[in-house]
Write a protein that binds this ligand. Structure first.
Ligand code: NAD
Length: 442
């Protein structure tokens, strides 16, 4: 038995990347998330009892489970499911497969889901989970075995009215379909179809929603569009750079290009490329599908990570991992807007530098919330045995994103706070009100 999965492929990464730095050096993500909440709690005078409750997740599930890989040996994996809060509805949050997955990261990500749902007034709480593994090291069969074994081991810790996973970094529609199928097969024949909504982000054929795949990117676009209208900023011809070219990055790039935006730089775990004439998002998506990363794409010149942040572009969308935007990167950036596609990409000190430079930040819990919005629509469709037209889903998403964006903008003006603090403020006020109505049992 081994505790290390076999390494089938090397993952070339720029060593200067913060994600390659020691976790300790990068700072504790849960502490950073807590500081963001505390700032908003102070601004709105949050009840200290509510603050204390929200400061820790309700449940922390860690499971070590063995799976036989294709080398014939058993390997032990560590899986997490952190349930932060379910006051407003069932726990809801993604499943991440990443070699650096750890408890504090999961706790931070779970708490952000609580505030994201509360901000939108979606009847969900917040959770997050995943497995400490590099999915690129595994074959498809191994990934399926690991997913099914973990889902089975989670047992009643997930459920359609209890805790509902979705895709995140390193997972996708296929992962969700395996999870659903495994869960369905253990609940008994008669309930099988009734529990389809135990996960969201499934393929459309297996019960997913039209529009879910691109929903996070689409939500970012709605926020950027609202911002552009406010600032009288023309998106047609606007230049942008994107870090991370997975689910969130690709759809954001594609949709922003459709509005006339020009992608002048992009990077992922394989490297960074730039082209002042523009990089075709569709062709790059095809290249990434074939090769696994943006490096060596012929339509751009290979550049360093440092040079990427110095590119002269008007919009920056971080869509990779957390804590990629530190002081150095903030000083280098020359954009007008940072729209956070990734969760927690910005260090607090870097945020201050950006704001002092007059760069506006549309915070993660608002910008990337299109995913949870359409996950909610998927969950509703499954619950009612309905299938909504894509146009209906997209119209609902657009209305909700724009309404929430406007709520955040107005709140920030009323309270004279930045957009991040305003987003937390709205969510925290909803949670506080629900606690004060319901009280704490017993
Ligand atoms: P993904 O696995 O599809 O893509 C991740 C991307 O990040 C890949 O292109 C990868 O190469 C890149 N990356 C990884 N390490 C990197 C590094 N060190 N430097 C540069 N790039 C690196 O994941 P995703 O679903 O697109 O998620 C991206 C971010 O968006 C995460 O922070 C996630 O939590 C957040 N998010 C995702 C969703 C969703 O619906 N998928 C919703 C809300 C938020």
């Amino acid at each position: 038995m081994s505790t290390q999965p076999s390494s089938k492929s090397a993952t070339p990464t720029d060593d200067s990347s913060p994600s390659k730095r020691a976790l300790k050096e990068r700072g504790n993500l849960f502490e950073i998330a807590g500081a963001q909440v505390n700032k908003a709690a102070e601004a709105i005078g949050l009840d200290p009892d509510v603050s204390a409750i929200l400061a820790q997740p309700k449940n922390e599930v860690i499971i070590n489970f063995p799976v036989r890989l294709e080398d014939g040996r058993y390997h032990v994996f560590k899986g997490y499911r952190i349930q932060h809060n379910n006051l407003l509805g069932p726990f809801k949050g993604g499943m991440r497969y990443h070699e650096e997955a750890n408890l504090d990261e999961m706790k931070a990500l779970a708490s952000w889901m609580t505030y994201k749902s509360a901000l939108h007034d979606i009847p969900f709480g917040g959770s997050k989970g995943g497995i400490k593994v590099n999915p690129r090291d595994l074959s498809r069969l191994e990934l399926e075995r690991i997913t099914r074994r973990f889902t089975h081991a989670l047992g009643n810790n997930i459920g359609p009215e209890w805790d509902i996973p979705a895709p995140d970094v390193g997972t996708n529609e296929q992962t969700m379909v395996w999870m659903m199928d495994t869960y369905m097969n253990v609940v008994g024949f008669q309930d099988k179809n009734a529990v389809r909504r135990v996960v969201t982000g499934k393929s459309v054929l297996s019960g997913g929603s039209h529009g879910r795949r691109a929903a996070t990117g689409q939500g970012i676009i709605h926020c950027i569009t609202e911002w552009a209208v406010e600032k009288n900023f023309d998106l047609d011809g606007a230049t942008f750079i994107i870090q991370g070219f997975g689910n969130v990055g690709t759809h954001t790039a594609r949709l922003l290009s459709k509005l006339g935006g020009v992608m002048v730089g992009v990077g992922d775990h394989t490297g960074y490329i730039a082209n002042p004439e523009g990089i075709n998002a569709h062709k790059l998506m095809e290249h990434v599908r074939r090769t696994g990363g943006v490096a060596e794409y012929r339509g751009g010149k290979s550049i360093t990570r440092k040079r990427f942040f110095e590119i002269d572009a008007q919009i920056f969308v971080p869509a990779a991992l957390e804590l990629e935007l530190g002081d150095e990167e903030a000083k280098a950036l020359r954009c007008k807007l940072v729209a956070e596609g990734a969760n927690g990409p910005t260090y607090p000190s870097a945020e201050k530098i950006l704001l002092d430079k007059g760069i506006e930040i549309i915070p993660d819990i608002l910008a990337n919330s299109g995913g949870v919005v359409v996950s909610y629509y998927e969950w509703l469709q499954n619950k009612r045995s309905e299938r909504w037209e894509e146009s209906e889903v997209l119209a609902k998403l657009e209305r909700r994103m724009k309404r929430t964006y406007q709520n955040v903008r107005q709140y920030s003006q009323r309270h004279e706070v930045d957009l991040r603090t305003a987003s937390y403020g709205i969510g925290l006020e909803r949670l506080q009100q629900a606690y004060s109505e319901r009280g704490i049992f017993p």
